[in-house]
Every structure is written in C-alpha cells, then in structure tokens.
Design a protein around this ligand. Structure first.
Ligand code: BES
Ligand code: ZN
Length: 610
C-alpha cells in the first residue's frame, strides 16, 4: 500500500477526532491541553463569604492549539499569566447553561514549542457559587464560629476555581489555604505520602472522625465498630487501601448527600449519627469509592454507573463480609430494587436517564442523578458475577482495579477489559461474547430482576400484610405490639414501611398514628425510619403528621429526604410546604435549594412532581 502524505490540516483534524473529548459536560479543551498539577493559594474570607486567591495549573500540551479553555462558573477572574507573563484572556460574557462561562486564554506564539506551561489565574468566588455553603455562627450547632464546606461533584468544582472540570482529567493538587479558623482539606497532608500505618513504630488507628467538638464522641461511637473491618474486607476483595488513612468528616445537617467520597475524607451527613450504628452501610459505600471512583474514575458522568454501580456492588460485598453473609447482601439488594423502581418511575420507563449509559450532551448531570446508575449498575455486575461464576469473577475484580488504577475508564473499555481477561477461558468467554451488551448498555427501564434470597425481607412483607388486613377488614385478628419489630434491624423496618407506600393503597390515618405510637417510629432518631414513616403518613393524609414532617424537612437537608418529603407535603398541604421552604431557604445547600425550587415550579405549574 502506498503511503500518501497528508496535509497538516488534515493530520490535525484526524488527531483531533482521535482525541475527541469523552466528556460532554466540560467546556474545556482538555484534548488539547491537560492539567498535570494544580496549585491553589487561597484566603478564606468568612465575612465576605468568598474564597480569594490564585490558582496555578500546569498544563501539558497535547495538540497544536494556541487557546486554553477552562471551565468556570460564577467566578470573578482578576488576572491571567502564562509562564510568568500577562496573557490575553476572555471570560465568556454570558453563561452557557448548565456549564458556566468558559475562560479562554491566549497562548503567545513564543511558547509554541513548549510542552508544558504554567497558567496562573487570580480569582475569587462570588455569592452565586454553587460548590460552597457558608454559615454564620448562628447557623452552627454551638453558634460560636462561622463555617464553610465544599461539595463539587459532579460539575461544581468550576464554581471554586477555573479548571478542567471533568473526571477524565486527573491532576495532582497542592492547596495552600489561609484561614482564621482550622481547615480540613481532603487529600494527603504534607509529608504524609509515605506514611504506612504501623510501619515505623506502634500502629494506631488508620481512621479518624472529624466534626464539631460537641458532636465528636457520638460520631466516633457510630463508626468505630465497623470502619476497620470494612477496610480489611475491601482489601481482601480488591487490593490494599491506597490512601494511607480513611477518615470521615461529619458535616452540618444541610449537607445535601448521605456521603461524598472526597479522597481520604468522606464527607457525611449527620443523619448517619442515629445512635444505633444502623447507617454504617453509607460508610461501607463511601469507603468502597476509595477504589471505584477515586482510584478508577468514570471517564464522564455518562458512565457514572462505573463509579456508583461498582461502589454499590462492593458495598454489598463488604456488608456480607462484615455483617453476616449472602442473606444480608441480598436483603440490601432488595432495598436497592425498590430504590431502582422509585428512580425509574420518577423519569418514566422509556426515559434516556433510565439507561445504564446515558446521553448527557447539553444536559446537567445533577438532573440525571438518580438511583438508576447505582442499582442498574450493581445489578449488571451481580449478573456478570453469576454468569462467569463467583470464583472466576473474583479474580477479575483486582485485575480491573489494577488496570485502571489512577486512570479514567468508560463502559467500552470496561467491556473490552472483561472480554480480554477471560479470552483464554472458553466457557466464560463464550458466555460473555453471547451477552447482549447493547441491551444492558442502552435499553431504558428495568434490567432483568435477579433471584434474591428473600429470607430477611419476608418477615417485613408479612408484617406489612397484617397492617393491610387491619385496613381492609374488621375481622383481622392482628393486634400490633412493639414485639412485632423488636428483632428487626432498621433496614427491616424500612422494608416494612416501604411495603405500605404507593402503589399499595394508603392506610387509614388512625392506623398510621397507632403504628407510630406502638412502634415508637415518630420518636426514632433514625431519619431513614422517621422519613419513611412520615411518607406513609402523608400518603394516608394523616393530618397530625403534616407539621412533624414539615419540621423534619426543615432541619435535614439531605436531598433524598428533602425530595421525598416535599413531594408528599406539596400534595397534601401546599401552603405548609411553601411556608416551610421559604422559612428555611437559607438553611438549604444551594444545590438542594435549586432542586426544591424546581419541584415547586413543576407542581405549581400543574405538572406531576415525582
Ligand atoms: N458520590 C456520591 C454522592 C454524589 C453523587 C454527589 C453525584 C454528587 C453527585 C456518594 O458516593 C453517594 O453515592 N452517596 C449516597 C450514599 C448511599 C448510596 C449509600 C447518598 O448520598 O445517598
Ligand atoms: Zn457513591
């Protein structure tokens, strides 16, 4: 074959098409320039509620491209230097929703031959910053000091500083932070890189918990029993923990998620502190992200199932290892299946966002967020485990996490790596090649439902049936008593309550009240339980529970609960829902506030809020 020279322009075009960015949710040209190191020098100004300073990105050149485009969102940019001298730049005058305002920096011709350039940007955050929440002293538990925390997943990092805000780019980072108050920054503290617990001298715990002084002891108690066993279980399934220590920071109640896997420091909602160690599954989940998500990252939010599906899969393996076998694993999967149903019903079975791989071009990943990547993803991995057999599958797990360690991965690479791993195993290979990958990847709606071991769930369903019998007939001989649930775990009570939610017909209000008092549900400190009890109550139009439900949603900002409670509250008492929201507007995290505003718009516009 003759080799034909091609023009520069054509070569560049070919190169560009080969290096098409995989992530549609960034405006940065990360296929042309790639961040290698990020250094931030920040002042935290609690009075003005802003972060002010400089960020330096060391960018490697991947293509002949004189412009560097970075993501920003609601940032003030005050200066830009390239390799130490002032550079021309433009911050797009209007936002490109939902991605923010691209910052375009001109690289002078004199740098045309340099492979790596330092770009130093002067900046400050603004009051519209979506990635930070600020608190006045009065909004904190002991009312002594102001407070602030960050939440950047999925695309809020760009509201903190200009960057290539995509999980497809991994960069080392150094944060130098000046603050009048103590700072906890997630990452290896200076000098900790080579720390190995117990190597030189006496070993101490490799996990710590951080929170306000008044709350510290109960937080420690909540997690200290299970954390180390979870780490050891995960190390057996995957490979040794890579981040030296694993720690948890317990945040104020407006934290919008259950947990967030910041490296080395899981950020957690205080609703985990229920005094019964029954919410530690969230810790198992966030810990599992130390492998799936933080070492091996989804290449874009379209492949979010690789982060969350793997993490739920590992979380349930940890549960089984630490808390008693496969019954427990399947029980957790049954709860997951109900969550999957909730997610699919919210969007509708044909909706794009019910696919395993979703199309997020032009979309906001926060809008696509649901239980679906978690549950459809973990169901897929469980299916693969069963397909090739657990023993063989367990050899693939460390292989996958080694292959993509410190890299980003998409679903096609996952598939190729799996097929390749089993290529010399005729049986597994045939099964994997015969698998209908496209259906798993692209068919909306439900995946095939696995056969779960229902031993633990059956007791919960049986009890729910008894309550339903009281509802529908006067001849039922069931007399509720505290002993009905005295052997139940909190999750079993959750399954019992969920069995009474729609599509089951509502109970009568008086039965709901009776259930609350006999089982002590209204008084429980465990929000997983109370919130579901209130949902049962609101669906049954139990007026005595409207105020308590409003009170709960006004003091717990975890979006999962906020969404559920407002959705039901709007239906039964819109004025109360409005009043509650307006009264607590400042309490909610900006991301959560945006979500509730959207729910009100939909509901008041006559639409159905799901
Ligand atoms: N990484 C997620 C939280 C997240 C996802 C934040 C997407 C922003 C955008 C975290 O690991 C998570 O999944 N949290 C769950 C925990 C649960 C599945 C145990 C949560 O917050 O409920
Ligand atoms: Zn997660």
């Amino acid at each position: 074959m003759a080799i034909r020279p091609i023009s520069d322009a054509a070569a560049e075009k070919a190169a560009a098409s080969i290096h098409q960015p995989r992530d549609p949710n960034t405006l940065s040209n990360y296929n042309a320039w790639r961040t290698k190191r990020t250094t931030a020098d920040f002042n935290i100004d609690f009075d003005a509620k802003k972060v002010v300073g400089h960020v330096t990105l060391s960018l490697a050149r991947l293509a002949k491209e004189p412009k560097i485009v970075l993501d920003t969102s609601y940032l003030d940019i005050t200066s830009v230097e390239v390799a130490g001298s002032k550079a021309d730049y433009e911050l797009a005058p209007s936002r490109m929703e939902p991605y923010g305002s691209p910052l375009t920096i001109q690289v002078d011709d004199k740098h045309a031959n340099e492979d790596e350039l330092d770009v130093r940007i002067g900046m400050q955050t603004t009051k519209d910053c979506t990635g930070l929440q600020w608190f006045d002293p009065a909004q904190t538990s002991n009312k002594k000091h102001p407070y602030m925390f960050s939440q950047c997943q999925a695309i809020h990092g760009r509201s903190l500083f200009p960057c290539q805000d995509t999980p497809d780019v991994k960069s080392q980072y150094t944060f130098n932070i000046r603050s009048p108050l103590p700072v906890l920054a997630s990452g290896l503290s200076t000098g900790a890189r080579d720390f190995q617990p117990g190597k030189d001298g006496k070993s101490g715990p490799r996990s710590t918990v951080w929170t306000g002084p008044e709350e510290l002891q109960e937080c420690q108690w909540e997690f200290e029993h299970d954390t180390e066993p979870y780490i050891q279980a995960a190390e057996k399934i995957v490979y040794p923990y890579a981040w030296t220590t694993y720690n948890v920071l317990v945040l104020p109640p407006s934290f919008p998620y259950g947990g967030m896997e910041n490296p080395m420091y899981t950020f957690a909602t205080p609703t985990l502190i229920s005094g019964d160690r029954q919410n530690v599954d969230v810790i198992a989940h966030e810990l599992a992200h130390s492998w799936s998500g933080n070492l091996v990252s989804n290449a874009s939010w379209e492949h979010f199932w690789l982060n969350e599906g793997w993490t739920v899969y590992l979380e349930r393996r940890l549960q089984a290892a630490v808390h008693g076998g496969d019954q427990y694993r399947d029980f957790s999967a049954i709860i997951g299946w109900t969550a999957l149903r909730e997610g699919i019903e919210r969007f509708g079975e044909e909706h794009e966002f019910t696919k395993l791989i979703v199309d997020l071009k032009g979309k906001d990943p926060d809008d696509a967020f649901s239980t679906i990547p978690y549950e459809k993803g973990s169901t897929f991995l469980y299916y693969l485990e069963k397909l090739v057999g657990k023993q063989k599958w367990d050899k693939f797990i460390p292989h996958y996490f080694t292959t993509y360690k410190e890299r980003s991965v998409d679903s096609y690479e996952f598939k190729a790596t799996l097929l390749d791993f089993f290529a010399s195993d005729a049986d597994a290979s045939k099964k994997l090649n015969d698998l209908d990958w496209d259906t798993w990847f692209y068919k909306p709606g439900y995946p095939p439902k696995p056969d779960f071991d229902t031993t633990l769930a059956d007791q919960c369903y049986a009890l729910a049936e008894k309550w339903k019998s009281l509802n529908s007939s006067s001849s039922s001989d069931f007399t509720p008593s505290p002993s009905d649930i005295s052997n139940f775990t909190a999750n079993q009570i959750v399954v019992f309550l969920e069995a009474l939610l729609a599509p089951s017909p509502p109970l009568t209000p008086s039965l709901v009240e009776k259930m609350g008092s006999v089982y002590g549900l209204a008084a429980s400190k465990n929000v997983e339980l109370v919130s579901r009890y209130y949902l049962v109550g609101l669906q049954a139009k139990t007026e005595s529970l409207y105020e308590p439900a409003a009170e709960l949603v006004g003091k717990v900002g975890r979006m999962k609960y906020v969404r559920w409670l407002f959705r039901e509250l709007m239906k039964v008492d819109l004025a109360l829902a409005r009043r509650t929201f307006e009264g607590k507007r400042e309490f909610y995290h900006p991301i959560c506030r945006g979500m509730v505003e959207k729910m009100f718009r939909e509901f008041e516009g006559g639409g159905e809020v799901k």
